[in-house]
Design a protein around this ligand. Structure first.
Ligand SMILES: Nc1ncnc2c1ncn2[C@@H]1O[C@H](COP(=O)(O)OP(=O)(O)OP(=O)(O)O)[C@@H](O)[C@H]1O
Ligand SMILES: [Mg+2]
Length: 326
């Protein structure tokens, strides 16, 4: 059904056509999935049964590319952009990201990946500045930005610094501790020789930000653990840890147990509270689909008691409370 409310696209993986799609322009969701052109390039964790992609799971994946509704300051940003949901921003940047190589190509548009991808082409600062709460400098806001497809709840923006794509990420609450923690975690991982995204500190208008370089290249992509875990069903008696290792083994991802164990040691040392299944994963070649290995450790800032008042951090806290209660 091609009408004003439904637009036809091809789901693309760099230059490979994966499947025909129809988007509902009002909600930004996938209203129909057509023929599959290339099974092997269907996103990891999305099942194809009898030549058909399951629309519900593809929609979860697609909508999961949007900025989460829980992003700090998102209501204000959406008001400024005059859109109701973050999903409505997805097609404005063709779903392109700086963490993977999927995108949507409007049917018969002739648009090519090399002319639109954010690795090789510049992008606007407008969305990023609005997301950071700085407003936009231009009258006409450009929506062509990888910030429309960035995950996570902290305020952030992608920027090109010295020709390198970098993620600039803020802190939360009164203490704004996360950027400092990212840098500390980076230093600890330097000493322990744990492969990681290197974070540095940037201060702007008295606010701290962490800066890290994109560890994805035009040839590679990050696949979060969440999708790797969905490549097969987890039997009830198998732990999440073991299930992840089993899925990685079946897919042929090398070095997983070792890097998972190093990650857990780091998280123990820094008391990380947020190592959820989209905060680690694996990297593969987006063309050959060969797995490169586990992703460098990133997003370790929600740690070191970042949201706790100082008194709660004291090793004497529990005994002090008990003494008061007795
Ligand atoms: N250096 C990087 N290179 C490529 N992709 C990255 C990089 N850093 C982060 N990402 C992608 O951006 C997403 C959001 O970044 P990050 O997890 O650091 O943000 P966050 O707001 O702290 O997230 P959370 O909600 O888990 O606290 C990540 O899940 C990952 O997909
Ligand atoms: Mg995260």
């Amino acid at each position: 059904m091609a009408d004003k409310l439904h637009h036809q696209y091809v789901l693309m993986h760099k230059n490979v056509s994966v499947a025909d799609l129809e988007l509902d322009t009002a909600s930004g969701s996938i209203s129909a999935v057509g023929s599959v052109h290339d099974d092997a390039h269907v996103p990891v964790g999305i099942s194809v049964k009898k030549g058909k992609i399951d629309r519900a799971t593809l929609n979860e994946w697609w909508q999961g590319r949007a900025i989460p509704a829980s992003r700090d300051g998102i209501r204000h940003a959406l008001m400024e952009l005059n859109v109701a949901t973050t999903q409505q921003l997805l097609d404005k940047c063709l779903g392109l990201s700086l963490s993977d190589q999927y995108w949507i190509c409007p049917h018969n548009s002739g648009i090519e990946w090399r002319n639109v991808n954010f690795f090789d082409n510049t992008f606007s600062d407008d969305i990023g500045n609005i997301l950071l709460g700085k407003g936009s400098s231009s009258n006409k806001i450009s929506l062509m930005s990888p910030d429309n497809t960035s995950d996570g709840w902290l305020k952030k923006k992608w920027a090109i610094l010295d020709g390198k794509r970098c993620l600039i990420k803020g802190g939360s609450g009164a203490t704004q501790q996360e950027p400092y923690n990212e840098v500390l975690a980076s230093r600890i991982m330097d000493r322990l020789s744990i492969p990681h995204a290197a974070y540095t500190l940037m201060l702007q208008e008295d606010y701290p930000y962490s800066v890290c370089e994109d560890f994805i290249t035009p040839q590679t992509e990050l696949i979060p653990a969440w999708y790797i875990m969905h490549t097969r069903q987890k039997p009830n008696h198998v732990s999440v840890y073991q299930h992840y290792i089993d899925c990685c083994k079946t897919l042929g991802i090398p070095g997983v147990r070792n890097s998972l164990d190093r990650m857990m040691v780091l998280d123990y040392i820094i008391a990380n509270e947020d190592r959820h299944q989209t905060n680690f994963g694996a990297v593969r070649n987006a063309e050959t689909l060969e797995w490169v290995g586990t992703a460098p450790i990133f997003d370790s800032g929600s740690s070191l008691w970042f949201s706790k008042p100082q008194a709660f951090i004291s090793p004497l806290y529990k005994s002090a409370v008990q003494a008061l209660q007795s």
